[in-house]
Design a protein around this ligand. Sequence first.
Ligand SMILES: Cc1cc2nc3c(=O)[nH]c(=O)nc-3n(C[C@H](O)[C@H](O)[C@H](O)COP(=O)(O)OP(=O)(O)OC[C@H]3O[C@@H](n4cnc5c(N)ncnc54)[C@H](O)[C@@H]3O)c2cc1C
Length: 206
Amino acid sequence: MSHISTQRQVISALGGHECVQPREYDLVFVGAGASTSYVLLALLDALVEQRPAIPLALCVVERAPDPFTGVPYGDRSARTSLLITALRDFLPDRERASFVEWLSANKEWVFDEFLSAAGPFSDRWWSRHEAEIRRDEFDSLFLPRYTFGEYLTRRIRDAVARAEAAGVATIEVVQDDVASIDPDMTNSAALDAIDALAPGDDVRCR
Ligand SMILES: Cc1cc2nc3c(=O)[nH]c(=O)nc-3n(C[C@H](O)[C@H](O)[C@H](O)COP(=O)(O)OP(=O)(O)OC[C@H]3O[C@@H](n4cnc5c(N)ncnc54)[C@H](O)[C@@H]3O)c2cc1C
C-alpha cells in the first residue's frame, strides 16, 4: 500500500511560506465521484471485517464542494436531469436492490428538489410516474440523477462512521484541486494541490 504524507504550508504574515505539521496518510484518493465512492465503500467494509493492526489513514481530495457524487449525480447537474438509462440497466442487481430499498424508505422527500425545479417536461414525467413511485416500482424509471447522489453520499457517511467507530480507519476529506502528479521522485510521487492546502503544497506518495 502506498504511504503518503502531505507537507502542509501556510502563508506567513510576511508573505513567505512556513511549514505546519506534516500529515501522514496511507492512501489518498484524487477525486470523489462514483468510482472513488464504490472503492471506498468496499475498502471500508473489508477493513471492518478484517481489522488492520493499526487504523488506516485515508484522505480524499475533491475539487467540488459535494464529494462522493461526482459530476453527474450532485450539484453540478440540474435537479431535473434524468439517468440516461432505466434503473434496471444502471446498477447491478445487489446494488440496485439496496438503492431501491433506500428509495422506498425516502421517497417522501427525495423527489422534493426535482418537483421544486420542475418545468413542463418534468411535471409530465412526474404525473406519468408518480403512481409507480408510490408503489415502489422504480426499475423501469429514468430517475432524477441526483437521487442516486443522495443515496451514495449517505452510504459513504454511514460506512465512514462505522469504520471510525470500529477504529479501523480515519478519513479526511479535503476540498482542493490536484494540479499535477510528479512521478519522478525516488519511490514516491508528489501530487501538487492548490487552493485549500496552500499555494505550493504537495501530497507526497512514497
Ligand atoms: C453529465 C453526465 C451525466 C451522466 N449520466 C450517466 C447516467 O445517467 N448513467 C450512467 O451510467 N452514466 C452516466 N454518466 C457517466 C458517468 O461519468 C459515470 O456513470 C460515473 O459517474 C463516472 O464516475 P467517476 O467517479 O469515474 O467520474 P466523475 O463523476 O467524473 O468523478 C470524478 C471526480 O473527480 C474530481 N476530480 C477530477 N480531477 C480532479 C483533481 N485534479 N483534483 C481534485 N478532484 C478532481 C471531479 O471533480 C469529480 O468529482 C454521466 C456522465 C456525465 C458527465
